[in-house]
Design a protein around this ligand. Structure first.
Ligand code: N01
Length: 517
């Protein structure tokens, strides 16, 4: 087509393609920014829609709004790279502050231009003849059909919360809630409260409940976890979550100083990866962590025995969790590590024969971490993604999977979800998607799909690295789909720097590419 000026970067006139992104949390909003602003040339040939099932943007920060919710990633690196926020009030931000930041960023950049709220994708089927995804979406209870050339899953991984599998749970006659489905209309004060779970959610909820007037709280834990209080804020302070002073905030408002500050935190975070390698660094961390936890527990032998893990630091996700260990010093806050055998109308029963009468049961029991979609995504030869991933999820570099052409995933299996800067990694992933979108549109490509052999090789490569890392240690964790043994399916087996290198090129040789003509 000679109508294109010769100095264009494209060899062919780009064909118009329709891109649908599912989800308007951090990942989906990053895609919105890339398509609307970062790569303005995409306007010429990309028609983009973001479907969001909920009534607002914000993803995980909209869903997880339990009391005390706070991010355990430093605020200054938990921000959109295109709009770093100099005004964070603390080293770690509250969920509410993050939600506010997300909403104001959306408004500032008009990122809701292509978003359709209250609209749920209920099915996606690949059509090999047309090279398109046929979609069904539900809005206000009505189903309609749509299509796209490229489908991007930006649904996140910790989306569908899990109720514990405890006999009698639903016979409980008091108030029952989940950390990811909090009931803000209920007054928790003056209640006897059972908090089940001691992951990142449970450890934030427990001290908040213990603070309320007249409460009696029991936290039921099954597996101990490390709660290091060593601040990576770079300041020698006791407070694990320091508030920023006015001077610091005004310093951050100078773009160069802010950039340097962010760089320093990213560098400290990247270096922390060394801690996750089995061996002397981790052994030192175990010693340090055990000593620090014992101090926080006032060297209470019973609490130390129950709470200080015997496995590596980082085997389960570490979280700063200020106030959790300290809460057990209060007379109204207790810990049980005996297995819950049943829940009755008014009590939690444990294997050691104890019965805890309570008015409230809070399940901080995590999420479905299978990666399996909760609606049919059907790829080549009728392959349903939920079936493909029934035993274990497999991906190509976390961003795509064989038999699912033109399907790209943010935070797919084995992504950079446990170390480094998550938002930075989503940003690199978004850039990677844009490269494919441009290539597909400008080279008249019908579809691209990762080769199964390469996907398998990536899995093996990751497994080999994982053998050297603490995530394969002897604990039970959601990194291994809530198992003790088995593959690490949630996390990338390498540093953030390695992930960045691996994703900086689209490596077409790893894909089968089908052209339209
Ligand atoms: O979920 P989890 P989460 N009886 O799966 C326990 C992110 N996040 O919502 O391990 C008793 O970690 C279960 O015990 P066990 C972050 O990535 C971040 O807390 O199966 N207990 C476990 O203790 C985090 O890692 C932030 O033995 C039962 C707990 O429930 C991820 O989300 C805040 C049980 C679930 O812990 C998930 O965190 C919140 C039973 N029958 C979340 N069933 C921050 O940034 C389950 N459990 C701070």
């Amino acid at each position: 087509d000679f109508s294109i000026p010769l100095n264009t970067e494209y060899a062919y006139k780009p064909r118009k393609i329709r891109v649908v992104t599912i989800g308007a949390g951090f990942s989906g909003l990053l895609m919105a920014h890339k398509i609307q602003h970062r790569f303005p040339e995409l306007q010429e040939f990309v028609d983009h829609t973001i479907y969001e099932a909920r009534s607002d943007v914000g993803g995980t920060w909209l869903i997880n709004n339990y009391p005390g919710v706070q991010c355990d990633v430093p605020s200054h690196i938990y921000a959109f790279p295109f709009d770093p926020n100099p005004n964070w009030s603390r080293f770690y931000s509250s969920g509410a502050e993050i939600e506010e930041y997300i909403k104001s960023t959306v408004e500032k950049w008009n990122l809701d231009r292509d978003i359709q709220l209250n609209t749920k994708v209920t099915g996606a089927t690949w059509d090999e003849d047309t090279g398109r995804w046929n979609l069904t979406v539900e809005h206000n209870g009505e189903q309609r059909e749509d299509y796209c050339d490229v489908l991007i899953s930006a649904q996140g991984v910790l989306v569908h919360h899990s109720w514990p599998n405890i006999p009698g749970l639903h016979d409980f006659k008091g108030h029952i809630t989940h950390s990811a489905h909090w009931d803000h209309g209920y007054d928790y004060s003056h209640k006897r409260i059972a908090v089940i779970g001691n992951g990142s959610s449970g450890i934030q909820i427990t001290p908040q409940m213990a603070k309320l007037p007249g409460t009696k709280v029991v936290n039921f834990m099954r597996s101990p976890a490390w709660y290091p209080h060593q601040s990576i804020s770079g300041r020698d302070v006791e407070d694990a979550n320091p508030a920023y002073s006015e001077e610091e905030i005004s310093m951050f408002n100078d773009p160069e100083s802010h950039k340097q500050y962010r760089k320093a935190i990213i560098s400290r975070t990247n270096k922390a990866f060394r801690l996750f390698i089995k061996g002397e660094n981790n052994e030192a961390a175990v010693k340090f962590g055990a000593q620090q936890m014992a101090e926080k527990l006032n060297h209470d032998p019973d609490l130390c025995d129950k709470l200080i893990p015997k496995w590596e630091v980082g085997c389960r996700r570490v979280t700063p969790g200020p106030g959790y260990l300290e809460a057990f010093a209060k007379p109204n806050c207790n810990l049980s590590n005996s297995t819950i055998t049943k829940i009755t109308e008014n009590a939690v029963h444990t294997a050691d024969g104890k019965i805890f009468e309570c008015d409230v049961v809070i399940c901080a029991t995590g999420f479905d971490v299978s990666h399996r979609p909760h609606y049919p995504i059907v790829g080549q030869n009728g392959t349903n993604l939920a079936d493909k991933w029934a035993d274990e999820p497999q991906s190509y570099l976390s961003v795509a999977t064989s038999a699912f052409p033109n399907y790209f995933i943010m935070m797919g299996p084995n992504c950079l979800g446990g170390h480094g800067s998550l938002v930075e990694s989503l940003n690199w992933t978004g850039d990677y998607f844009v490269k494919w979108i441009k290539k597909i549109a400008t080279e008249d490509i019908k579809y691209v799909v990762p080769k199964k052999s390469v996907e398998d090789a990536f899995g093996k490569y990751g497994d080999e690295i994982h053998k050297t890392l603490v995530w394969t240690g002897g604990c039970k964790s959601w990194y291994k789909r809530n198992r003790v043994d088995g593959r690490v399916t949630a996390l990338f087996g390498g540093s953030a720097i390695l992930f960045n290198q691996m994703i900086s090129d689209i490596r077409p040789e790893d894909f089968n590419i089908e052209y339209n003509s």
